[in-house]
Ligand binder design. Structure first.
Ligand code: 6PG
Length: 223
């Protein structure tokens, strides 16, 4: 794991957006397209806004979320709506968005229609993860109902997930899919998350799911 620290959140957003843009450009030099898998939540907004203005061949970039809350797009907690507002705008509006939610009643009912589109996106070219203070990442929450299945080597691409800390039901890419990414970055802010990161480094992924992704990751942190 490599840890990059920034003096403040604005510097983090600039530095991280720069690094992600370079990774996408390098990928597009040698591949027809790049798959870019990103977190929801509140942390990445500024990074996404900066990145959305970068001049690169966005039409060859396929963007999708790590996980989604099973809510309609007009819901305040929709990661999809956030993604469209902050990243898939400006120059990045030309990117191809691969949806992770549909209007089925439950994630279990919706996944069969969503999963096939992800087959063509693997391996993920560039992965950005967030992390909660409970050491969850994507919707791989400690104590979640199907965490062990989602961490298994033979997990499907997408799984439904329910957990106490999650709020609503979720859909998440599974560990093997996320861990297969060619390049991984983790975005965390604040002292509590820095402490959680240090705790996770000494723990098993089944109690600290972020630990499954740290070995080859670059972690970006600002106070
Ligand atoms: O849908 C989600 O909740 C996310 O994808 C999740 O894994 C997120 O990255 C962390 O919970 C951190 O969220 P914050 O950035 O809001 O702290």
């Amino acid at each position: 794991m490599e840890l990059k620290t920034y003096p403040d959140r604005e510097m983090l957003a600039m530095g991280l957006a720069d690094e992600l843009a370079s990774a996408l450009k390098n990928c597009l030099l040698v591949h027809e397209r790049a798959s870019f898998c990103v977190p929801g939540g509140s942390s990445p907004g500024e990074t996404f806004s900066t990145l959305s203005g970068v001049d690169l061949d966005w039409g060859r970039v396929h963007v999708f979320l790590n996980d989604e809350r099973w809510v309609p797009e007009d819901h305040a907690r929709s990661n999809t709506a956030l993604l469209k507002r902050t990243l898939l705008t400006d120059r990045a509006a030309a990117a191809v968005h691969v949806p992770l939610v549909n209007d089925a009643e439950t994630p279990e009912a919706g996944i069969p229609d969503l999963a096939p589109a992800f087959e063509a996106e693997l391996p993920i070219s560039l992965l950005l993860l967030g992390m909660g203070e409970d050491m969850h990442t994507a919707s791989l929450f400690p104590g979640a109902d199907r965490l062990a299945d989602a961490m298994a080597d033979d997990a499907p691409i997408l799984m439904a997930m329910r957990a106490e800390g999650a709020g609503e039901p979720r859909v998440t890419l599974t560990r093997r899919v996320l861990a297969g990414a060619m390049e991984t970055h983790v975005l965390i802010m604040g002292d509590a998350k820095r402490e959680a990161l240090e705790r996770a480094r000494k723990r098993d992924p089944l109690t600290a799911p972020i630990a499954a992704f740290l070995r080859d990751a670059t972690v970006h942190w600002a106070p």
